[in-house]
Design a binder for this molecule. Sequence first.
Ligand code: HEM
Length: 174
Amino acid sequence: MKGVIVKCIEELIMSAAGKQIWIQILEKSGFTKHQIFLPGSDVADEHVIKIMGSTCEVTGKSQQEVFDLFGEYWINVYTPKLYGHYFNQIKSARELILKLNEIHKATTSNMEGARPPRFEFEHVSEKQIVVKYISHRGLIDIYISIVKGMAKKFNEKIGIEKISNEQVRLIFQK
Ligand code: HEM
C-alpha cells in the first residue's frame, strides 16, 4: 500500500499521543525508530496491517477504535490538507461516496503501482445505496470507518449496514 496511508497514521499518532508512542509502534512493527515513510513509496500491505495492530497494542485501543480514528483523521484532517481541491466542491457524503472512483483515479494517477479499491453502486432508492467494495486487500472495515468520518465531516447521520466483506448498505438522510 502507498506510504501516504502510513504517513497519515504517523501524523495522527504524533499529534494525539506523541513521538515516543510512535517510536514504540514502529519498533513493535519491526522497524527502527528512524524509519521514514514517503507518500509515494510502497509499503507491504502486511506491514501496514502490522502497524495498525501495533497501534492497538501500544495504545490499548481495539482494532475498531483504531480504524475509526484513522477514518476520521483521513477524511477530516489529512486529505483536506493535501488533496482538498479534489473534494472542496462536494456538499454531501453521498456525493463524495459516489465520486470516489474518480477521486482515487485522479489522486493516484501519478503514483506508480497504486491499486486503490474500486466501487460499484446499486441505487436501491433515492436515499439508499448498496456499495460493492472491490479490492484484493479486503479492507471493507476501513472503508466503513472512513464513511463514518465522512458523516462527521458533512454533519450527517448515515445508516451503515455491512452486508458482507464485499458489500455495505448506506442509508442517507438527504
Ligand atoms: C482525496 C481523498 C483520498 C485520497 C487522496 C485517497 C488515496 C488513496 C491511496 C493513495 C490509497 C492507497 C492505494 C494503494 O496503495 O494502492 C487509498 C486506499 C484506500 N482508500 Fe482512498 N483516498 C481518498 C479518499 C478515500 C475515501 C473517502 C475512502 C472511503 C470512503 C477511501 C477508501 C480507501 C480504502 C478502503 C483504501 C485501502 C486500500 C484497499 O481497500 O484496497 N479513500 N486511497
